[in-house]
Design a protein around this ligand. Structure first.
Ligand SMILES: Cc1cc2nc3c(=O)[nH]c(=O)nc-3n(C[C@H](O)[C@H](O)[C@H](O)COP(=O)(O)O)c2cc1C
Length: 338
């Protein structure tokens, strides 16, 4: 990974500093770019909240070869991880590789390691079209995310998404806060529940609603017919001073777990972070920026190596906490002060 990261640091010069820990401090406020909005506190808070959670170490048990696999929306994954949808390689990452190369690295790298890659959406048009093309080329293995555009554009894109062969579609409803879209004269807005329900029904696909940060909106997503939610503050890019996703996850999971797949992202940087989120009630985690660094620095091979690293870390942490399977993770693996 060192060579891959060194290469990414060169190719992403002035857009991402490929810091030892990707924590949102050096890039605070850099949008376009890889940073978080405004003070960068929502991005940094995601990383910080995870860092503050500690494990109980347990070694008197028989877990030596834990099972990292899980099933999300009918898809068997080698580990409970999805590469988060990320778009705008030219204006967010410096354009060292093309949008097409980026999408193919993510989708094919994830497919090769039996997890799911997602693709992003935005302005210009080639952001979503590069993602859709990569998913189609991979036989529909991947999840396209689209933004809540006005009806004509939205339903046109849903049709194009279906043509990729995927049976899962995602929507980042929190894109309403994106200054990049506003700057390009193409803002999107929040949608009432009935409208979201209509979109989900008409899509005819398994549907992931991304950008849920409260239990009441998780309930609304279920009511609207979603199959999964992503507890997400868009990596801190849409609302400054949002709470950390690891902080809001337990209450959301307690409310909806078992009725809908609960995914979470924001600041996940290691196999240990993945296990922490599973213990807090998530079914799987999404990872954003570190996948971007792996893809820009090493294309498909970089993505595969990064997934191998995560899986190794996850296994190690499962052994050291006595966790047999990623599907049933005991909250008791987390340390709490009496
Ligand atoms: C440069 C950049 C572009 C992004 N583009 C999208 C996008 O097109 N669609 C989307 O749903 N989320 C997008 N996101 C948000 C990510 O999917 C994800 O929520 C976030 O990066 C997770 O936080 P992390 O990077 O700390 O892991 C983007 C994030 C970044 C940093």
């Amino acid at each position: 990974m060192k060579d891959i990261r060194d290469n990414a640091r060169k190719l992403m010069e002035k857009f991402c500093y490929v810091c030892p820990v990707c924590n949102g401090r050096a890039c605070a406020g850099e949008i376009p770019g890889m940073g978080g909005l405004g003070s960068g506190s929502s991005f940094a808070g995601n990383v910080q909240a995870l860092a503050e959670i500690k494990f109980n170490m347990r070694l008197i048990h028989d877990v030596t070869d834990p099972d990292t696999s899980t099933t999300i929306l009918g898809k068997k994954l080698a580990l409970p991880v999805l590469a988060a949808p990320i778009g705008g390689v030219s204006f967010n990452m410096g354009g060292g590789i093309s949008e097409e190369q980026y999408a193919e690295a993510i989708i094919n790298g994830c497919k090769a390691r039996s997890i799911l890659g997602c693709t992003g959406d935005g302005v210009p048009e080639f952001i979503y079209s590069a993602g859709f093309a990569a998913i189609k080329k991979a036989g529909g293995h991947g999840v396209p995310f689209i933004k809540p555009w006005e009806d004509d554009e939205l339903f046109r894109k849903i049709e194009l998404a279906r043509a990729t062969g995927t049976d899962i579609l995602g929507m980042d409803i929190d894109a309403a806060g994106l200054i990049t879209l506003r700057k390009m004269g193409r803002p999107v807005s929040p949608r009432p529940m009935a409208k979201l329900a209509d979109i989900i029904k008409k899509s005819g696909l398994k549907f992931i609603v991304k950008g849920i940060m409260t239990p009441d909106e998780a309930e609304l997503a279920i009511e609207a017919g979603a199959d999964a939610i992503v507890v997400s503050n868009h990596g801190g890019r849409v609302l400054d001073h949002a709470p950390a996703t690891a902080t809001v996850l337990p209450a959301i999971a307690a409310t909806v777990k078992g009725r809908i797949a609960v995914l979470v992202d924001g600041g996940v940087r290691s196999g240990g972070d993945i296990l922490k989120l599973l213990a807090l009630g998530a079914d799987a985690a999404m990872i954003g920026r570190p996948f971007s660094i792996a893809a820009v620095g090493g294309l498909q091979e970089g993505v595969e190596k990064y997934i191998d690293t995560l899986q190794g870390e996850l296994k190690q942490t499962m052994v050291l906490t006595g966790t047999r399977s990623a599907v049933t993770v005991d909250r008791g693996i987390l340390f709490t002060r009496e």
